[in-house]
Design a protein around this ligand. Structure first.
Ligand SMILES: Cc1cc2nc3c(=O)[nH]c(=O)nc-3n(C[C@H](O)[C@H](O)[C@H](O)COP(=O)(O)OP(=O)(O)OC[C@H]3O[C@@H](n4cnc5c(N)ncnc54)[C@H](O)[C@@H]3O)c2cc1C
Length: 711
C-alpha cells in the first residue's frame, strides 16, 4: 500500500513538487568550460571515467540488489544475510558476463562497490590476492590463485591482533615448525594473540595469517601462512575459532572478525615462500634483497590507492553538498522585500569557502593518484629491466607514499565531515548519502597504517635526508628544496596571477619544517637513546614536517599534472583556480608556519585573493562536480541528485520507513493507555479537513493517501 502523495519533477512549486527542476540546468549553463572536455582531460577518454560501471548497471538493478534503500531498517542479522545473497548474485553475474570480468579484474576499470554494496569483500581482491601474487611461489599460485580469482575461495588478510596492531614485532601468533610431521603449528598463545580486525574474516574460507616463524626455538619474525578457516559445511576448521566483532562506527559493516588458533597444523607448503623458505630439514632461507624491492612496490601501489579513494569519497561528498547547496534556499536576497526571493546557500561565502575547499582537494588527490600511477609504473618497469638507479628511488618513494596515504585520508575524512555539516539538518539523514561517509572513510585513516605511525616513516626519512644533503649528497626528487637557499620575505601587492610565488611558499614551509625537525631531533639526541626514542621526543614537529612535505608534494604534482595533461585552455584555467585555492587556504589556515616570510598585510592580501577565487569558482561549481561523473546510483543520495529533485526524493524516502506503512501509529496499543482518549475524541469533533488536495488525481488513491493529505 503506497503512503502519502506522489511527487513530480517540475519547475513550478505545488503540493507535489518543490519546483526546483530548473535550478541545476541553469547552473550548468553558466559554466566557463565544457564538462565533456574536462572529463576527457581527467580520464584520457570519456569512457574510461567512473561511468564505465554504468555499462553494467542494469545487470544489478533487479532483486536482490534493488532494495538497498531499506538496508538502514534491517536488523544486524538481516543485513548480513542480504549481503550474502547479493554477493552470490553478483559473483554469478561476473562469472557469466565476460566483458564485466575483463573490465573488473584485468583492466581494473570497474569497482564492484560502485555496482552493489559488497560487504567488505573487496579485501579479498586487494590484500589477499596481492599476497598470493607477490608472496607465493609458482606452485603455491597454482594451488590458490585461480580459485581465488574465480572467487571459489575467499581470503582475509589476518595481521592485527587484539593486543597489538601498529607494533608488528609485538605480534604473538606463532607458526612453529614440526620437523617430525613437516608441518607448521599455528597457535594463539594468549588472549591478546587473537587475530582482531581482519576485514571479511567472518565469511572468508581462508586467511593469509601473519605469524612468528619458530624453528628449533629460534624466532625468525613474522611470515605469511595460508590457513583454512571453514570446512565444506561452513563450520570452523578444527582448532580454529572465527567470530564477527559486533557493531562498529560504520553500521554497514557486518563482516570484520576475529580468529583464535589452537595448535592448528598446516602443511609446510602453506608458508608463503616466494621470498623466504623453510626446507624439509628445517633450514631457514632468507629472501634475496631484490625480492624485497617488489614487496615495496606492492605496498606503494596500495598506498596510492588510498589517494584515489580519498579523491573518490571527497568528490562524491562535494558533489552532494554543492548540488544541494544550489537547491537549498535560505535567507532573503533583501530582508526589506522578501518577495524578491531567497539566496541559494551556495551564494554564502562561508559555504563556498568550506565546499570549494573540499572540491579543490578532491581534484588535488585525483591528479596525484593519476600522476603517481604513471611514475610508479616507470620505476617498476625500470626495476624489472634491472635498472639499479630506478631501485635507488624506492626508499624515497616509499617515504613519500606513506605521507600521501596518511594526509590524503586524514584531509579527506575531515573535509567530508565538513561537507556533511554544510548540508545542515538534512546531512543527518541516511538517505542524504553523505551521513555515513565520514564513518566509512574513518576506516581508511586507521587501517593499513595508522596515521601517526605511518607518518613517522616520512619524518624519519626527512631527518636522514637533511643530514645526507648537509654532508654533500644530492637530494632526491621533491626533496631538492633541501639544497635551495631559504626564501626571502614576500612583499607582493596582490596575489592575483602569483601561482609561482604561492607554490614557492608551500616549498618554503616544507623546507623550513624539515630543517626545524632535524635541528630539534639533534638537540633531543642523548647517549643510549634509539632513533625511535628521539623521534618520539620531537613527534609533534615530526608530524608537522611530514604534513608540510606531503602538502607541498601534492600541489607540486598537481601543478605538473596540469602542465602534462590539461591542454584545453578553459579546463586548464578552472583547474588552476582550484589548485591556487587549495594552496592559499592552507597558507591562511596555517599563517604561523609562514611567519618568516609573510607579514599580516600579506595574509590580508591572501584572504582577498581567496575571496576572488571563491567568486570565480562559484559559476563553475556544479559543472566541476558533474565532471567527476558520479551517477545517481553511485551517489545514493537524495540531496545530490543530478536532476535536483531533492525535496521530492527526501519525502519519497521517508515514506518507505516501516513506521509509515500502517494507518494506525505503530505501538499505539502500548502508548495510548497514557493518553486522554476522550480528549482526543472531542478534538476530532471540532477539527476538520477541507476538500484540499485530490489525492486520487496525484496521490496513491488509498485511504492512506487521504489520511496523509489531511495531516
Ligand atoms: C575498519 C578496519 C579494518 C581493518 N582491517 C584489517 C585487516 O583486514 N587486516 C588486519 O590485519 N588489520 C586490519 N585492521 C587493523 C588496523 O590495521 C589497525 O587497527 C591499525 O594498524 C592500528 O593499529 P592498532 O589498532 O593496534 O592501534 P594502536 O597502535 O594501538 O594505536 C592506538 C594509538 O596509539 C598511537 N601509537 C601506537 N604506537 C605508536 C608509536 N610507536 N608512536 C606514536 N604513537 C603510537 C596511535 O597513533 C594511536 O593513536 C583494520 C582496522 C579497522 C579499523
Amino acid at each position: 500500500m503506497a503512503y502519502g502523495l506522489r511527487t513530480e519533477h517540475s519547475s513550478v512549486p505545488s503540493p507535489f513538487s518543490a519546483g526546483t527542476a530548473d535550478i541545476l540546468p541553469r547552473e550548468r549553463a553558466g559554466a566557463s568550460f565544457d564538462v565533456k572536455q574536462l572529463q576527457q582531460t581527467l580520464y584520457g577518454k570519456t569512457k574510461d571515467g567512473p561511468s564505465v560501471a554504468d555499462e553494467f548497471r542494469d545487470l544489478f538493478s533487479g532483486p536482490p540488489f534493488n532494495d538497498t534503500d531499506l538496508d538502514s531498517y534491517r536488523s544486524y542479522e538481516d543485513k548480513w544475510r542480504t549481503t550474502m545473497k547479493r554477493t552470490s548474485a553478483a559473483l554469478e553475474i561476473v562469472r557469466t558476463t565476460p566483458k564485466l570480468m575483463v573490465a573488473h579484474k584485468q583492466q581494473r576499470k570497474v569497482n564492484m562497490g560502485d555496482l552493489f554494496a559488497t560487504g567488505s569483500l573487496g579485501i579479498h581482491f586487494s590484500m589477499f590476492l596481492t599476497q598470493i601474487k607477490t608472496q607465493c611461489t609458482e606452485e603455491q599460485q597454482a594451488m590458490w590463485l585461480a580459485k581465488s580469482e574465480r572467487a571459489q575461495m575467499f581470503g582475509a588478510y589476518a595481521q592485527t591482533e587484539l593486543g597489538h596492531g601498529s607494533n608488528l614485532r609485538g605480534l604473538e601468533t606463532t607458526a612453529t615448525f614440526d620437523k617430525a610431521t613437516d608441518e607448521f603449528v599455528i597457535h594463539s598463545p594468549y588472549l591478546t594473540s587473537l587475530k582482531w580486525w581482519p576485514t571479511g574474516m567472518y565469511c572468508c574460507t581462508h586467511g593469509a595469517v601473519m605469524a612468528n616463524l619458530i624453528i628449533d626455538g629460534t624466532d625468525y619474525g613474522f611470515h605469511g601462512f595460508m590457513v583454512q578457516f571453514r570446512d565444506e559445511d561452513g563450520k570452523c576448521m578444527p582448532g580454529v575459532e572465527i567470530g564477527e566483532m559486533g557493531p562498529k562506527i560504520n553500521g554497514k559493516i557486518t563482516n570484520i572478525g576475529y580468529a583464535r588458533f589452537t595448535e592448528v597444523r598446516i602443511p609446510r607448503f602453506n608458508m608463503f615462500a616466494r621470498a623466504s623458505q623453510v626446507t624439509r630439514d628445517g633450514e631457514y632461507k632468507r629472501a634475496p634483497p631484490k625480492l624485497s624491492k617488489f614487496k615495496y612496490i606492492s605496498m606503494m601501489e596500495i598506498r596510492r590507492d588510498f589517494v584515489g579513494w580519498s579523491s573518490t569519497y571527497l568528490g562524491r561528498a562535494s558533489t552532494i553538498a554543492i548540488r544541494y547547496s544550489c537547491i537549498r534556499h535560505q535567507g532573503y536576497l533583501d530582508n526589506e522585500s522578501p518577495g524578491r526571493g531567497e539566496n541559494a546557500v551556495l551564494n554564502y561565502k562561508m559555504q563556498q569557502y568550506r565546499l570549494f575547499k573540499a572540491l579543490s582537494l578532491a581534484y588535488v588527490f585525483f591528479w596525484n593518484h593519476r600522476f603517481i600511477g604513471q611514475y610508479l609504473g616507470k620505476i617498476q618497469q625500470g626495476i624489472m629491466d634491472g635498472d639499479d638507479a630506478a631501485a635507488d628511488e624506492l626508499p624515497m618513494l616509499h617515504a613519500t607514499l606513506c605521507g600521501f596515504k596518511v594526509f590524503a585520508t586524514v584531509i579527506a575524512h575531515a573535509n567530508i565531515e565538513e561537507c556533511r555539516k554544510a548540508c545542515g539538518g538534512q546531512g543527518f539523514l541516511s538517505s542524504s548519502g553523505i551521513a555515513h561517509m565520514p564513518a566509512e572513510l574513518a576506516e581508511a585513516v586507521t587501517a593499513e597504517g595508522e596515521q601517526v605511525i605511518l607518518s613517522q616513516q616520512l619524518s624519519r626519512f626527512l631527518v636522514k635526508e637533511v643530514r645526507r644533503v648537509r654532508a654533500g649528497s644530492t637530494p632526491l626528487g621533491q626533496f631538492a628544496y633541501l639544497k635551495e637557499k631559504p626564501m626571502q620575505p614576500l612583499r607582493l601587492t596582490s596575489y592575483s596571477g602569483a601561482l609561482v610565488e604561492i607554490l614557492a611558499l608551500m616549498k618554503f614551509r616544507a623546507q623550513s619544517c624539515a630543517m626545524k625537525l632535524e635541528a630539534a631531533f639533534s638537540a633531543a639526541e642523548q647517549p643510549g637513546h634509539t632513533f625511535e626514542n628521539t623521534l618520539n621526543e620531537v613527534a609533534v614537529i615530526a608530524w608537522k614536517a611530514a604534513e608540510s612535505h606531503t602538502f607541498y608534494a601534492f600541489l607540486d604534482n598537481n601543478h605538473a599534472a596540469l602542465n602534462d595533461y590539461a591542454k584545453d585552455p578553459a579546463c586548464k584555467a578552472v583547474m588552476g583556480r582550484l589548485l591556487e585555492l587549495s594552496a592559499l587556504q592552507s597558507i591562511r589556515e596555517n599563517g604561523g608556519d609562514f611567519i618568516d616570510v609573510l607579514d599580516g598585510k600579506q595574509l590580508d592580501l591572501i584572504m582577498e585573493r581567496i575571496n576572488t577565487l571563491l567568486t570565480e569558482i562559484r559559476p563553475d561549481a556544479v559543472s566541476l562536480v558533474d565532471a567527476f561523473g558520479n551517477s545517481d546510483v553511485q551517489l545514493g543520495s537524495t540531496l545530490g541528485r543530478y536532476d535536483g529533485d531533492v525535496y521530492e526524493a527526501i519525502y519519497e524516502e521517508a515514506k518507505k520507513s516501516p513506521l509509515n506503512q500502517a494507518e494506525v501509529m505503530l505501538g499505539w496499543e502500548d502508548f495510548s493507555p497514557n493518553l486522554d482518549l476522550d480528549f482526543l475524541r472531542d478534538g476530532k469533533k471540532v477539527q476538520h479537513a477541507g476538500p484540499g488536495l485530490l489525492p486520487n488525481s496525484h496521490g496513491a488513491g488509498s485511504s492512506m493517501a487521504v489520511a496523509a493529505s489531511k495531516l
